[in-house]
Design a binder for this molecule. Structure first.
Ligand code: ATP
Length: 218
């Protein structure tokens, strides 16, 4: 069966991430969705981005109990820049030859994908599940530089290598990690924005690190 790959900062993971991944998993019949927290080296991390091991630990707590979800630390063990094409290459090898990979991303990211490192290699090795949030369902065209290699196909586009770009509608939950951080910084509740175990963990982290998140960072 196919597998999904959901990359992000997850600073922290929230219910918007989890619900979107669950809906894509169901819509595409994926065996599993791998959450892949990005590394972001400490010297490059904008203020307020917590160490990757902390963000990864929270994602592990968030997905525990869902056999359709798993967490990969593949980005954490690598030095140098974390390019999606490299991460996906490693995950494709780990998944094995019989499995197709679907990379989950939002429409905004899809419209900028031509600027990504080695985009043609990326599009040749994985399928894209582009999450759309109704009511925003105007037709989406591939970004200009990719119009020759992505041709219209049922549900989206087909890359010249044969991989697919599929649009998947997901429920719009207006939650973002920035919003969660803003609530924490203001001393407000984050209940029902993040899963309960993550709420306990982020509140404990804040109790021990009162400067996170600073109001200006969130
Ligand atoms: P921040 O507010 O710090 O920018 P974020 O909530 O957007 O963070 P990221 O870790 O940057 O979270 O996002 C990882 C992926 O999850 C991105 O592809 C993003 O588009 C998607 N995403 C974030 N929030 C939602 C949501 N509420 N519903 C669906 N997808 C989401």
């Amino acid at each position: 069966m196919d597998v999904g790959v959901f990359g992000g900062t997850f600073n922290p993971v929230h219910l918007g991430h989890l619900r979107a991944a669950e809906e894509v998993r169901e819509a595409l019949g994926l065996e599993r969705v791998w959450f892949v927290p990005s590394r972001i080296p400490p010297h490059k991390a904008p203020d307020g981005i917590l160490p990757p091991e902390v963000r990864l630990g929270w994602v592990e707590q968030a997905v525990a109990g869902n056999p359709g979800f798993a967490v990969s630390s593949v980005e954490l063990g690598r030095d140098g820049p974390s390019y999606s094409v490299d991460t996906l290459g490693v995950l494709a090898r780990q998944a094995g030859p019989g499995r197709r990979l679907w990379f989950l991303l939002g429409v905004d990211a899809f419209l900028e994908i031509h600027t990504w490192h080695r985009v043609d290699d990326l599009l040749s090795q994985v399928n894209l599940a582009v999450m759309r949030r109704p009511p925003h369902d105007d037709p989406v065209r591939p970004p200009g530089p990719l119009r020759d290699v992505l041709r219209p196909a049922p549900g989206g586009f087909r890359h010249r290598s044969g991989t697919e770009v599929r649009f998947v509608p997901v429920t719009r939950l207006d939650i973002s990690a920035s919003r969660v951080r803003a609530a924490l910084a203001a001393g407000r509740s984050v209940r029902y924005l993040v899963p309960e175990p993550v709420r306990s963990a982020v509140e404990a982290w804040r109790a021990e690190h009162p400067h996170w998140p600073a109001r200006s960072e969130s």
